[in-house]
Ligand binder design. Structure first.
Ligand code: ASP
Length: 426
């Protein structure tokens, strides 16, 4: 029998998970059964992926830098990566702003819907947590981001998946210093990391054998814990605008790939799809990172010196899907609650703050919504209305998070192909 490709198996797991979720949500005891007996398999899978993320980043980056031989190449690649990341994010925000202003999803929301969303969500604990986290981040100084990149204890940084940038900082420092010492002396450490890298890639292969089942569990859980259908319907137009924008972004990536990288879009999508489906199922670019790296290196044939740097950095700072979502969501909330704020100057401010906010968003589920508060704050959105604003979009946040994470991961993979081409490594 012909072997079924991994992406089809994952897609099947995803669809069966949705069907099982719908059935279980509608039978008595189904929700509890899902939470106790199905959800754990999804959780274990995500934990396994996160487990190998930090050693993978370290081993792969050291290998990548050591293959560079010349440090000046690393500098040019680093600058290019940052510039392209900023450009793609600005394009994403612009697409979002144009769509939300033209299609005006906020204009059709009735007073009753606003009232019922307010009733349902303003006191929601999860939403309150997001507001508290946003206030904490909003109180930090402008250079806090730089301070946070430098660890003062590498073992502490390695023990926390949220400190990925700190680990990258340390590893780049270590890798560059390795290039600067005598080759003979650098060799043992390089061999160690090379070997570790091979082992971890094998671990990813093994973990991925479980992906279809895990995706089934993750999707069934999302469906049984999602909100009432009527709330989702009321927000359909808003969600539709975000999804349309995300689709346009995918078209933009495909154009870059066929026009600049000169590769077929089908080839790209086929090879990256397992990572996209996992991003969709886990809503976390960080958890998907090991798979993204494996797909980009082994299937899209991007050189390690590019992928080992571009992808981990991208997972933490390049979030095109998230920034597009932040632009649409902030204008949508203004259309409903604060139409007088819809002036051109505010929209320009959104471009800048959504760019910074997407860089600052953690690569975990729901992070984009925390940073949305900071975007709204920057344009002077009335503080007392903030909880109501978030309540408006809360019900559809999870499904939109799934789509925007898929786009975030696709964006990182696209940029790695672009850099690979521009460094003439292809
Ligand atoms: N979940 C997204 C990610 O991990 C971030 C967000 O938009 O909430 O890429």
């Amino acid at each position: 029998m012909k072997k079924i490709a991994l992406h089809w198996k994952i897609l099947l797991g995803l669809l069966l998970g949705i069907i099982a979720g719908v059935i279980l949500a509608n039978i008595s005891g189904g929700k509890a059964f899902t939470l106790h007996w199905i959800k754990p398999f999804g959780t274990i899978f995500v934990k396994l992926l996160k487990l190998i993320a930090i050693p993978l980043i370290m081993a792969s980056l050291i290998k990548g830098i050591s293959e560079l031989k010349d440090i000046s190449k690393f500098k040019s690649m680093g600058i290019k990566t940052m510039l392209i990341y900023i450009c793609t994010t600005i394009i994403a925000i612009t697409i979002g702003l144009v769509l939300v202003n033209v299609l005006k999803p906020g204009s059709g929301i009735s007073k009753e819907t606003i009232f019922s969303l307010k009733q349902n969500y303003v006191t929601n604990l999860n939403l309150q947590d997001k507001l508290t986290e946003a206030t904490r981040r909003g109180n930090q100084g402008p250079l806090q981001f730089l301070i946070d990149v430098v660890p003062n204890n590498i073992t502490l940084a390695m023990s926390d998946n949220k400190s990925m940038l700190q680990v990258i900082f340390f590893t780049v420092f270590l890798g560059i210093s390795l290039l600067l010492i005598e080759e003979k002396k650098a060799k043992p450490l390089m061999s160690f990391f090379n070997s570790l890298n091979e082992v971890i890639l094998k671990m990813i292969d093994i973990i991925m054998l479980f992906a279809p089942y895990a995706v089934f569990a993750l999707l069934a859980t999302v469906v049984v814990t999602s909100d009432d259908y009527y709330v989702l319907l009321a927000l359909l137009k808003y969600a539709g605008v975000v999804i349309l924008g995300l689709l346009l972004l995918i078209v933009f990536y495909i154009l870059c790939i066929s026009l600049y990288v000169k590769k077929s879009p089908i080839w790209f999508l086929k090879n990256i799809s397992p990572a996209q489906l996992l991003a969709f199922s886990t809503s976390s670019s960080a958890a998907t990172l090991p798979v993204t790296m494996e797909r980009v290196e082994e299937h899209l044939e991007v050189h390690k010196e590019v992928s080992s740097f571009v992808l981990p950095v991208g997972a933490t700072i390049n979030m095109d899907g998230t920034s597009l979502y932040q632009a649409v969501a902030s204008v949508f909330i203004m259309q409903v609650l604060w139409p007088e704020g819809l002036v051109f100057q505010n929209q320009l401010t959104i471009v800048l703050t959504a760019l910074l906010a997407s860089i600052g968003s953690a690569a975990v589920p729901g992070a984009g919504m925390v940073m949305l508060v900071i975007v709204l704050d920057s344009i002077g959105f009335p503080k007392e209305m903030l909880p109501v604003g978030l309540a408006l979009i809360f019900a559809v946040d999870r499904p939109l998070d799934m789509f925007r994470t898929l786009v975030n991961v696709t964006g990182d993979a696209t940029v790695s192909l672009i850099i690979n081409k521009s460094e003439k490594l292809q």
